[in-house]
Design a protein. Structure first.
Length: 73
């Protein structure tokens, strides 16, 4: 259809899959701390099982900028 990335449209993915860096063009993604999130989920499940209160905490995501986005025009 003649749509060019990033000249005509910017594309952003999620989870920073290892293949994202090898796409053409390399895909900009949002990276999240999946292992840490899983550990905290397990702790939360154990806390609920033991009738303990949950400690809510935000997770820090990171934007991994590659070549699939262009500056705002």
């Amino acid at each position: 259809r003649g749509i060019r990335v990033p000249e005509d449209v910017s594309i952003i993915g999620f989870d920073d899959e290892s293949s994202a860096a090898y796409m053409v063009p390399p895909l900009t993604t949002v990276r999240q701390p999946a292992i840490h999130m899983g550990q905290e989920a397990a702790k939360a499940i154990l806390a609920l099982i033991n009738n303990q209160s949950l400690d809510h905490q935000p997770f820090q995501a990171e934007m991994v900028i590659r070549e699939s986005v262009a500056r705002q025009r």
